[in-house]
Write a protein that binds this ligand. Sequence first.
Ligand SMILES: Nc1ncnc2c1ncn2[C@@H]1O[C@H](COP(=O)(O)OP(=O)(O)OP(=O)(O)O)[C@@H](O)[C@H]1O
Length: 766
Amino acid sequence: MVRRACGHPDAAARNHNHCPMKPVSLTELQDLLGKLRISFNPGALAQAHAHVLHTAAEARPLYQLRKLLADAGLKDIQVTILPWRRLDPRRLPALIWEQEHWWLAERQANGQLLLSRAGTTARECPEDALHDAHVIWLRGQPQSQAGDTSQPQGNPALRLVLHELLRERGWIARVVVATLMVNLLSIPTSIFAMQVYDRVIPTMAYATLATLSVGMLLMIGLDWLLKTLRAHILDSVASGADQRLSQQVYEHLLRLQLDQQPRSLGSLAAQVGALDSVRQFFSSTIIFGLVDLPFALLFIALIGVIGGHIGWVYAALLPVAVLLGLYTRLRLRRLTHQQMLRSNERQGLLVDTIRGAETIRASNAGWRFAQDWQTLSQSIAGYSIQQKALAHFSGTTTGSLSTLAYVAAIVVGVWQVEAGNLTMGGMIACSILGGRVIAPIAQGVQYLVHWQQVSESLQMVNRLLTLTPERRVEQTLLMPDRLPDALAVEQLRFAFPGSPLQLLNIPKLHVRSGERVLLLGPVGGGKSTLLKVLAGLYRPSEGRVRLGDADLWEIDPQIVSAQVGYLPQNVQLFKGTLRSNLALSGAVSDSTMLETVSALGLDQIAAGSPQGMDMEISEGGEGLSGGQRQLVGMARVLMARPRVWLLDEPTASLDGDAEARVWQQLKAQLQPEDILIVSTHRPMTAIGLATRVIVLQQGEISRDGRPDQVIPGLMARAAGAAHAAPAPHATTVRLEQVQVTTARQALPAFPAQTPTIRPDTAKAQE
Ligand SMILES: Nc1ncnc2c1ncn2[C@@H]1O[C@H](COP(=O)(O)OP(=O)(O)OP(=O)(O)O)[C@@H](O)[C@H]1O
């Protein structure tokens, strides 16, 4: 059995603050970076390590590490220190402080934990022995505010675009035939010029000229018609594909597993918006250039036939132009990527600014936001100038190359004429055909440059499309016809993707039909997260949620949402009317709505507006107070009449009367077999309903029992905490530790079990 950290069983609790953790040695750090395949400069790392030990020896380990890594040029590394029990076990390897040393902790193929350090033999270690030990966790890919920068697997966005474009293939044949004819029609133009110079001018044969001119007029008319038809076909295909594409991406967004969604709104909006530039690319006229490109080869061959060596001049232009396009694309790659990241960040900042306008104004924080905006805008402008310069360079160089090719063709043509291999007319025909070679090649270069931007947009859409939907497409969903008689979790663990912090760790919880549970716990204890997992909004990282006899994630989501009613902590309203916001899914009768509205006192709002229930609610739910929003949310759940009620602080923004009305309504509507789980910081107001109290601390259930078993203990603890506080600060301590609702309701405090790494754990959720 491994000794607990620092030898003493209780030492772990004090570990971070009192038991001196040695700074991580250079070898230990190198081992971890090596395991994580993060490349680093050994010299710079050694130098930074020595420097930090020298200059910041007294600093906290987290600060030391961050400084050290930044000094060694590893600025993008995410560093976290957290207790072992809060580490998502899937996030190994990490360094663990055990027996007064840092060990490299890895998971072996057999699932066992292996601890190793230089100079000792690696050993397996039982995990429960490490419960309170501390862990240093690093990752090379931070979840930056600009969104997840990792490259998604595959290219589903491109597949989707091509699938939609090629859904009906009939248009391809029509476009190919039109393109073929448009290109073939350009040959007579050169033959016309050849004939005029070689036959008409020497003999002044006006009749021939007239016949040729009429022929050319017909050609021009046909060419115009074919080009217009081709554009029309491509436009209608692109517009149909566009509608279907945006619908599919939007529906994918609606079906996403919620815990997978990018946390930055800017990124999410950018990912959805990126589809536009992809679609524009595929439906733009640049595609014509591509279609014409194979004909450039045909024309080069034709020039070779008519003008001999002149063909080589145009043949040489092709590889030079391709190389130029590829070079520009390569140089653009980093610039486009960085510019998009910064643009996403700026979009996120804009959303935050609009949503938080009042707070920004009230806190006089405008200057900070303005500064951030300026920094981002400067950075975007910098990238944009470089991009434009590159695009300009490739455009101008292609233009100059084309002119050069034209001049070279004339010079070679003169030699050919002098040698008697070419007539004047042939030379003119070659230069006309040369124009047909140059145009698609120049467009091809632009295509390569433009494609870099489009492929960046494709990556963004890919990031969205590769996020897991809440149910697999091929999954056969269960449709139980009986109402569930229990809600349970087994071996539940939950962490957000990419985060090392395990927010829930509940080996077993079983709530039976008819139980009324109060879910208590300190701020950030995990109550809301648990309710979301129970409601099927967040998928457990490990373990199962059972609704009745079935795994909740196997059941048809429509049945889940009909049987499980969830009231979020922050009720969201949408643009529309009060009525449309109350009946979000639309399946509510007017009488049920009116009954609920008047029972909750919401009818007062409608009565105060000339439009009554049709009063307008603007975007983001502006127009209603915080309490009124909460009542609207409560009304939604009451009208849904679910079997399982999951309410997250349903009365937090309400006054006494409104709160009483809510509990009264709830009591009246709850059926004896219904399951109720209410999270609250004001348990005394709901205690009359409760048959069971569960206390959640740091994601674990610390108490579970009847109210009379749990509440007195919490009260005593709260009173003890208040009593123990020094007199001059008594008020402060009481307010911080004890949630006071009304004068008669001083409620239990929830001091953290292990008050260890406060600032750092907060960082862990970055
Ligand atoms: N979207 C998120 N991404 C990352 N971490 C999150 C996210 N939402 C919540 N958390 C973290 O999960 C932890 C638990 O949060 P949760 O909202 O479940 O707590 P709570 O017990 O409901 O708190 P409160 O009483 O304040 O409502 C917190 O530490 C919080 O920082």
